[in-house]
Design a binder for this molecule. Structure first.
Ligand code: URA
Length: 249
């Protein structure tokens, strides 16, 4: 049974320090399963008990797992002095502390990249999905500046399969790409799906630049076998369904 002290739960849900939580309890603002509760150390079963504070029902969960269709112009961090962050655009119920901590993005997409971004409070999950050792696949839809003919299309595909050297960019080291998979989506050869198993800085853009082209639009469509729900408009998010969560573990 997963239990947590009531004052700790209140504090985790944005009701100040545990001392502040105790004051709320003593004032009779807190109901546990519909009954006023003033005991700071009451054990709360987060799976079965309900807690309301001044009429607001708390979402008692250790972790939350979200899929966001990240729009362009938003940065993938928790704080940024200039741009809006992916946290700023979440609905307010996800901008509070959960028992497992605060919601944070799983990895990064560039400011101008759109598409599937997972966000969670679960640090272990984040580590698992972003660790270079785990080789979790990431699939991107990309649009290129220049069309490519059949010969160039085969060349790009072969290079991706074999791996090739990408030069440094600014302070970022160059690297040899691991095997990746490129699937052309049209005959004019300017739209493709690229699946990579690593996540170097500006990886997809730098790969295409090295092959002599330029990415003009980039959207992540999948992480592992979890696909972006195309019903989500840019900026929309929703919690993962159990079967989607299972694809990540
Ligand atoms: N590769 C890029 O170049 N940018 C991203 O945002 C993700 C992958």
């Amino acid at each position: 049974m997963k239990t947590q002290r009531l004052d700790k739960i209140l504090s985790h849900h944005g009701y100040g320090s545990r001392k502040d939580a105790k004051k709320l309890l003593h004032k009779g603002f807190v109901l546990v399963n519909g009954q006023i509760c003033s005991n700071a150390d009451s054990p709360i079963n987060i799976d079965t008990d309900t807690v309301t504070v001044d009429g607001t029902l708390l979402q008692l969960r250790h972790h939350v797992y979200l899929m966001l269709n990240k729009p362009s112009g938003i940065v993938c961090s928790t704080k940024d002095g200039i741009h809006k962050t992916v946290i700023d655009i979440l609905p307010p119920q996800y901008r509070v502390s959960f028992l497992g901590g605060d919601v944070h993005p799983v990895g990064r997409l560039d400011i101008d990249t759109e598409g599937l971004l997972l966000l969670t409070t679960d640090g272990e999950m984040t580590h698992r999905l972003t660790s270079p050792k785990k080789h979790i696949s990431k699939t991107y839809y990309l649009k290129l500046a220049d069309n490519t003919d059949e010969k160039a299309q085969s060349y790009y595909k072969e290079q991706c399969e074999k791996g090739f050297a990408v030069p440094h960019e600014g302070n970022e080291d160059g690297f040899i790409t691991q095997e990746s998979a490129l699937e052309w989506l049209n005959n004019s050869g300017d739209e493709a799906l690229l699946t990579i198993y690593e996540g170097k800085y500006h990886q997809v853009k730098r790969m295409m630049q090295t092959l002599g082209n330029e990415v003009v639009y980039l959207k992540r469509v999948a992480v592992g076998s979890l696909y972006l729900d195309e019903m989500l408009k840019p900026g929309d998010c929703r919690e993962l369904k159990p079967e989607e969560f299972d694809k990540l573990i």
